[in-house]
Design a protein around this ligand. Sequence first.
Ligand code: TRP
Length: 331
Amino acid sequence: MDTEKKQIALSLIQPSGTITLGNYLGAIRNWVKMQDEFDCIFALADLHTITVRQEPAKMRKNIIDAYASILACGIDVEKTLFFIQSHVHTHAEMAWILNCYTQFGELSRMTQFKDKSAKHADNINAGLFTYPSLMAADILLYQADRVPVGADQMQHLELARDIANRFNGLYPNVFKVPEAYIPKTGARVMSLQDPTKKMSKSDENVNGCVHLLDPPEVIMKKFKRAVTDSEACVRYGEGKDGINNLMDIYGAVTGLSHEQIERDFDGKGYGDFKTAVGEAVVEALRPVKSEYEKLIADKAYLESCYRKADEIALKISSRTLAKAKKKIGFI
Ligand code: TRP
Protein backbone atom coordinates (compact mmCIF):
# COMPACT_ATOMS: atom_id res chain seq x y z
CA MET A 1 0.00 0.00 0.00
CA ASP A 2 1.23 3.43 -0.88
CA THR A 3 0.65 5.32 2.35
CA GLU A 4 4.20 6.54 2.81
CA LYS A 5 4.73 10.17 2.08
CA LYS A 6 6.82 10.56 -1.03
CA GLN A 7 9.88 12.76 -1.22
CA ILE A 8 9.61 15.97 -3.17
CA ALA A 9 11.73 16.16 -6.32
CA LEU A 10 12.06 19.50 -8.03
CA SER A 11 13.76 20.77 -11.14
CA LEU A 12 13.46 23.58 -13.65
CA ILE A 13 14.58 23.93 -17.23
CA GLN A 14 15.25 27.14 -19.13
CA PRO A 15 12.97 27.65 -22.12
CA SER A 16 15.72 29.55 -23.89
CA GLY A 17 15.23 27.82 -27.24
CA THR A 18 13.84 24.60 -28.56
CA ILE A 19 14.17 21.47 -26.45
CA THR A 20 17.11 19.39 -27.63
CA LEU A 21 17.79 15.67 -27.72
CA GLY A 22 20.28 16.42 -24.94
CA ASN A 23 17.59 17.99 -22.76
CA TYR A 24 15.33 15.03 -23.48
CA LEU A 25 17.74 12.16 -22.81
CA GLY A 26 19.69 13.98 -20.11
CA ALA A 27 16.83 15.48 -18.11
CA ILE A 28 13.23 15.33 -19.22
CA ARG A 29 13.08 11.59 -19.76
CA ASN A 30 14.24 11.19 -16.18
CA TRP A 31 11.61 13.62 -14.97
CA VAL A 32 9.02 11.42 -16.66
CA LYS A 33 10.37 8.33 -14.93
CA MET A 34 10.49 10.04 -11.52
CA GLN A 35 6.79 10.83 -11.49
CA ASP A 36 5.77 7.62 -9.69
CA GLU A 37 8.52 7.52 -7.12
CA PHE A 38 8.40 11.20 -6.08
CA ASP A 39 6.00 14.06 -5.67
CA CYS A 40 7.39 15.97 -8.59
CA ILE A 41 7.51 19.71 -9.09
CA PHE A 42 8.82 20.93 -12.44
CA ALA A 43 8.81 24.35 -14.04
CA LEU A 44 10.08 26.47 -16.88
CA ALA A 45 12.77 28.83 -15.58
CA ASP A 46 11.77 31.74 -17.80
CA LEU A 47 13.04 34.33 -15.29
CA HIS A 48 16.48 32.80 -15.63
CA THR A 49 16.43 33.17 -19.41
CA ILE A 50 16.41 36.99 -19.32
CA THR A 51 19.90 37.04 -17.84
CA VAL A 52 20.74 36.81 -21.54
CA ARG A 53 18.92 39.20 -23.87
CA GLN A 54 15.83 37.64 -25.49
CA GLU A 55 13.76 38.70 -28.47
CA PRO A 56 10.16 39.11 -27.16
CA ALA A 57 8.25 37.30 -29.93
CA LYS A 58 10.75 34.46 -29.95
CA MET A 59 10.68 34.23 -26.18
CA ARG A 60 6.89 33.85 -26.14
CA LYS A 61 7.10 31.08 -28.71
CA ASN A 62 9.95 29.34 -26.88
CA ILE A 63 8.01 29.28 -23.63
CA ILE A 64 4.81 27.83 -25.03
CA ASP A 65 6.74 25.40 -27.24
CA ALA A 66 8.79 24.20 -24.29
CA TYR A 67 5.67 23.76 -22.19
CA ALA A 68 3.95 21.72 -24.89
CA SER A 69 7.11 19.73 -25.69
CA ILE A 70 7.68 18.73 -22.09
CA LEU A 71 4.07 17.65 -21.67
CA ALA A 72 4.46 15.71 -24.92
CA CYS A 73 7.47 13.89 -23.44
CA GLY A 74 5.16 12.41 -20.83
CA ILE A 75 4.82 14.81 -17.92
CA ASP A 76 1.43 14.00 -16.46
CA VAL A 77 -0.33 17.09 -15.11
CA GLU A 78 -2.64 14.89 -13.04
CA LYS A 79 0.19 13.80 -10.76
CA THR A 80 2.93 16.34 -11.33
CA LEU A 81 3.08 20.07 -10.80
CA PHE A 82 4.41 21.71 -13.96
CA PHE A 83 4.27 25.49 -13.85
CA ILE A 84 5.91 28.63 -15.20
CA GLN A 85 8.36 30.37 -12.86
CA SER A 86 7.53 33.97 -13.85
CA HIS A 87 3.84 33.35 -13.10
CA VAL A 88 4.60 32.66 -9.46
CA HIS A 89 5.80 35.89 -7.89
CA THR A 90 7.19 34.28 -4.75
CA HIS A 91 10.27 33.18 -6.71
CA ALA A 92 11.50 36.69 -7.46
CA GLU A 93 10.64 37.81 -3.95
CA MET A 94 12.45 34.94 -2.28
CA ALA A 95 15.41 35.46 -4.62
CA TRP A 96 15.78 39.00 -3.28
CA ILE A 97 15.76 37.76 0.28
CA LEU A 98 18.29 35.03 -0.46
CA ASN A 99 20.50 37.56 -2.22
CA CYS A 100 21.00 39.13 1.17
CA TYR A 101 22.21 35.82 2.56
CA THR A 102 24.55 35.04 -0.32
CA GLN A 103 28.07 36.37 -0.46
CA PHE A 104 29.65 38.25 -3.34
CA GLY A 105 32.64 35.90 -3.07
CA GLU A 106 30.44 32.82 -3.43
CA LEU A 107 28.74 34.13 -6.53
CA SER A 108 32.09 35.19 -7.98
CA ARG A 109 33.31 31.61 -7.82
CA MET A 110 30.51 30.18 -9.96
CA THR A 111 32.03 28.75 -13.11
CA GLN A 112 28.83 29.32 -15.11
CA PHE A 113 29.01 33.02 -14.27
CA LYS A 114 32.62 33.15 -15.40
CA ASP A 115 31.81 31.31 -18.64
CA LYS A 116 28.72 33.36 -19.40
CA SER A 117 30.32 36.69 -18.66
CA ALA A 118 33.14 35.79 -21.02
CA LYS A 119 30.60 34.84 -23.67
CA HIS A 120 28.37 37.90 -23.20
CA ALA A 121 31.01 40.46 -22.33
CA ASP A 122 28.75 43.31 -23.46
CA ASN A 123 26.00 42.39 -20.99
CA ILE A 124 27.38 41.19 -17.67
CA ASN A 125 24.25 42.15 -15.77
CA ALA A 126 23.54 41.71 -12.07
CA GLY A 127 20.96 39.01 -12.86
CA LEU A 128 23.64 36.89 -14.47
CA PHE A 129 25.62 37.25 -11.28
CA THR A 130 22.79 36.51 -8.84
CA TYR A 131 21.29 33.75 -10.99
CA PRO A 132 22.17 31.11 -8.33
CA SER A 133 20.13 32.88 -5.62
CA LEU A 134 17.06 32.72 -7.85
CA MET A 135 17.78 29.06 -8.43
CA ALA A 136 18.12 28.56 -4.68
CA ALA A 137 14.74 30.28 -4.23
CA ASP A 138 13.16 27.94 -6.79
CA ILE A 139 14.36 24.96 -4.81
CA LEU A 140 13.99 26.11 -1.21
CA LEU A 141 10.47 27.54 -1.59
CA TYR A 142 9.12 24.03 -2.10
CA GLN A 143 11.07 22.26 0.65
CA ALA A 144 12.43 19.95 -2.03
CA ASP A 145 14.23 16.77 -0.93
CA ARG A 146 15.85 15.91 -4.23
CA VAL A 147 16.97 18.00 -7.17
CA PRO A 148 17.81 16.24 -10.42
CA VAL A 149 20.45 18.36 -12.12
CA GLY A 150 23.23 17.80 -14.59
CA ALA A 151 26.90 18.16 -13.72
CA ASP A 152 26.90 21.76 -14.96
CA GLN A 153 24.36 22.79 -12.28
CA MET A 154 25.94 20.92 -9.37
CA GLN A 155 27.88 23.96 -8.19
CA HIS A 156 24.65 25.99 -8.08
CA LEU A 157 22.92 23.27 -6.12
CA GLU A 158 25.81 23.17 -3.65
CA LEU A 159 25.43 26.91 -3.19
CA ALA A 160 21.68 26.51 -2.62
CA ARG A 161 22.50 24.02 0.13
CA ASP A 162 25.00 26.42 1.67
CA ILE A 163 22.45 29.23 1.60
CA ALA A 164 19.82 26.98 3.19
CA ASN A 165 22.20 25.89 5.94
CA ARG A 166 23.29 29.44 6.61
CA PHE A 167 19.72 30.69 6.79
CA ASN A 168 18.65 27.79 9.02
CA GLY A 169 21.61 28.58 11.26
CA LEU A 170 20.26 32.09 11.81
CA TYR A 171 16.56 31.17 11.85
CA PRO A 172 16.05 27.48 12.61
CA ASN A 173 13.90 25.14 10.54
CA VAL A 174 12.91 27.32 7.64
CA PHE A 175 14.32 25.34 4.73
CA LYS A 176 14.78 21.70 3.89
CA VAL A 177 18.37 21.24 2.74
CA PRO A 178 18.03 19.53 -0.65
CA GLU A 179 20.15 16.80 -2.09
CA ALA A 180 21.14 16.16 -5.66
CA TYR A 181 19.44 13.37 -7.51
CA ILE A 182 21.65 11.51 -9.93
CA PRO A 183 19.44 9.23 -11.99
CA LYS A 184 20.59 5.69 -12.73
CA THR A 185 20.03 6.21 -16.42
CA GLY A 186 20.94 9.65 -17.60
CA ALA A 187 22.80 10.16 -20.80
CA ARG A 188 25.09 13.16 -21.12
CA VAL A 189 24.60 13.93 -24.77
CA MET A 190 27.46 15.67 -26.55
CA SER A 191 27.52 17.75 -29.72
CA LEU A 192 27.51 15.64 -32.88
CA GLN A 193 30.07 18.02 -34.37
CA ASP A 194 32.33 18.49 -31.36
CA PRO A 195 31.78 15.53 -29.05
CA THR A 196 33.98 17.04 -26.34
CA LYS A 197 31.27 19.66 -25.73
CA LYS A 198 27.77 19.21 -24.36
CA MET A 199 25.01 19.24 -27.02
CA SER A 200 23.71 22.78 -26.98
CA LYS A 201 21.16 24.82 -28.87
CA SER A 202 23.79 27.57 -29.10
CA ASP A 203 26.24 25.29 -30.95
CA GLU A 204 27.75 27.32 -33.81
CA ASN A 205 27.34 24.34 -36.10
CA VAL A 206 23.62 23.55 -36.54
CA ASN A 207 24.50 19.92 -37.26
CA GLY A 208 25.87 19.51 -33.75
CA CYS A 209 22.48 19.72 -32.10
CA VAL A 210 19.35 17.62 -32.65
CA HIS A 211 16.09 19.28 -31.66
CA LEU A 212 13.12 17.33 -30.36
CA LEU A 213 10.95 18.67 -33.16
CA ASP A 214 13.42 18.30 -36.04
CA PRO A 215 11.83 16.50 -39.02
CA PRO A 216 13.06 12.90 -39.47
CA GLU A 217 15.11 13.71 -42.56
CA VAL A 218 16.92 16.48 -40.68
CA ILE A 219 17.67 14.14 -37.78
CA MET A 220 19.02 11.51 -40.21
CA LYS A 221 21.20 14.08 -41.94
CA LYS A 222 22.67 15.31 -38.65
CA PHE A 223 23.53 11.78 -37.52
CA LYS A 224 25.03 10.88 -40.89
CA ARG A 225 27.32 13.90 -40.59
CA ALA A 226 28.29 13.18 -36.99
CA VAL A 227 32.00 13.44 -36.29
CA THR A 228 33.67 10.09 -35.54
CA ASP A 229 37.26 8.82 -35.76
CA SER A 230 39.39 6.89 -38.22
CA GLU A 231 39.41 3.52 -36.48
CA ALA A 232 36.21 2.36 -38.18
CA CYS A 233 35.29 0.09 -35.29
CA VAL A 234 32.13 0.53 -33.21
CA ARG A 235 33.66 0.19 -29.78
CA TYR A 236 33.55 2.31 -26.64
CA GLY A 237 36.93 3.67 -25.72
CA GLU A 238 39.36 6.44 -25.03
CA GLY A 239 39.93 8.95 -27.81
CA LYS A 240 36.65 7.91 -29.42
CA ASP A 241 34.44 10.74 -28.17
CA GLY A 242 32.26 10.79 -31.29
CA ILE A 243 31.54 7.06 -31.27
CA ASN A 244 31.16 7.02 -27.49
CA ASN A 245 28.53 9.73 -27.79
CA LEU A 246 26.67 7.89 -30.55
CA MET A 247 26.78 4.70 -28.49
CA ASP A 248 25.43 6.55 -25.46
CA ILE A 249 22.59 8.00 -27.50
CA TYR A 250 21.82 4.67 -29.15
CA GLY A 251 21.93 2.93 -25.77
CA ALA A 252 19.68 5.54 -24.21
CA VAL A 253 16.95 5.18 -26.85
CA THR A 254 17.15 1.40 -27.37
CA GLY A 255 18.07 0.26 -23.86
CA LEU A 256 21.04 -1.72 -25.26
CA SER A 257 24.31 -1.87 -23.31
CA HIS A 258 27.62 -0.86 -24.83
CA GLU A 259 28.61 -4.55 -25.08
CA GLN A 260 25.43 -5.43 -26.93
CA ILE A 261 25.94 -2.55 -29.33
CA GLU A 262 29.55 -3.58 -29.97
CA ARG A 263 28.39 -7.12 -30.70
CA ASP A 264 25.56 -6.01 -33.00
CA PHE A 265 27.86 -3.79 -35.03
CA ASP A 266 30.88 -6.09 -35.07
CA GLY A 267 32.46 -5.87 -38.53
CA LYS A 268 30.11 -3.10 -39.65
CA GLY A 269 31.22 0.40 -40.61
CA TYR A 270 30.37 3.77 -39.11
CA GLY A 271 27.95 4.52 -41.93
CA ASP A 272 25.69 1.64 -40.91
CA PHE A 273 25.97 2.58 -37.26
CA LYS A 274 25.14 6.25 -37.79
CA THR A 275 22.09 5.28 -39.83
CA ALA A 276 20.95 2.93 -37.08
CA VAL A 277 21.37 5.61 -34.41
CA GLY A 278 19.51 8.18 -36.53
CA GLU A 279 16.64 5.77 -37.17
CA ALA A 280 16.39 4.81 -33.50
CA VAL A 281 16.24 8.47 -32.48
CA VAL A 282 13.61 9.25 -35.12
CA GLU A 283 11.49 6.35 -33.82
CA ALA A 284 11.93 7.40 -30.19
CA LEU A 285 10.89 10.97 -30.97
CA ARG A 286 7.98 10.12 -33.27
CA PRO A 287 5.32 9.81 -30.54
CA VAL A 288 6.67 12.91 -28.75
CA LYS A 289 6.43 14.93 -31.94
CA SER A 290 2.89 13.86 -32.74
CA GLU A 291 1.75 14.55 -29.18
CA TYR A 292 3.41 17.98 -29.38
CA GLU A 293 1.52 18.79 -32.60
CA LYS A 294 -1.74 17.92 -30.87
CA LEU A 295 -0.97 20.00 -27.79
CA ILE A 296 0.37 23.08 -29.54
CA ALA A 297 -2.85 23.27 -31.56
CA ASP A 298 -4.82 23.60 -28.33
CA LYS A 299 -3.51 26.72 -26.58
CA ALA A 300 -6.57 26.88 -24.32
CA TYR A 301 -5.77 23.44 -22.93
CA LEU A 302 -2.13 24.35 -22.37
CA GLU A 303 -3.15 27.53 -20.60
CA SER A 304 -5.56 25.64 -18.36
CA CYS A 305 -2.69 23.29 -17.40
CA TYR A 306 -0.23 25.97 -16.42
CA ARG A 307 -2.78 28.25 -14.78
CA LYS A 308 -3.83 25.43 -12.49
CA ALA A 309 -0.24 24.51 -11.69
CA ASP A 310 0.82 28.16 -11.20
CA GLU A 311 -1.90 28.58 -8.61
CA ILE A 312 -0.89 25.51 -6.62
CA ALA A 313 2.77 26.49 -6.83
CA LEU A 314 1.90 29.93 -5.46
CA LYS A 315 0.06 28.38 -2.55
CA ILE A 316 2.90 26.01 -1.60
CA SER A 317 5.67 28.56 -2.05
CA SER A 318 3.80 31.30 -0.18
CA ARG A 319 3.95 29.23 3.00
CA THR A 320 7.74 29.07 2.95
CA LEU A 321 8.07 32.71 1.95
CA ALA A 322 5.79 33.84 4.79
CA LYS A 323 7.72 31.75 7.29
CA ALA A 324 11.08 33.14 6.13
CA LYS A 325 9.83 36.73 6.24
CA LYS A 326 8.40 36.31 9.70
CA LYS A 327 11.62 34.80 11.07
CA ILE A 328 13.71 37.58 9.54
CA GLY A 329 11.63 40.21 11.32
CA PHE A 330 9.30 41.69 8.74
CA ILE A 331 5.99 42.72 10.25
N1 TRP B 1 19.82 26.74 -13.83
C1 TRP B 1 19.19 25.55 -14.34
C2 TRP B 1 19.72 25.25 -15.75
O1 TRP B 1 20.04 26.15 -16.47
C3 TRP B 1 17.71 25.71 -14.41
C4 TRP B 1 17.13 25.89 -13.05
C5 TRP B 1 16.59 27.02 -12.55
C6 TRP B 1 17.00 24.89 -12.05
N2 TRP B 1 16.10 26.82 -11.30
C7 TRP B 1 16.35 25.52 -10.96
C8 TRP B 1 17.37 23.54 -11.97
C9 TRP B 1 16.08 24.81 -9.76
C10 TRP B 1 17.10 22.85 -10.79
C11 TRP B 1 16.45 23.49 -9.71
O2 TRP B 1 19.77 24.10 -16.12
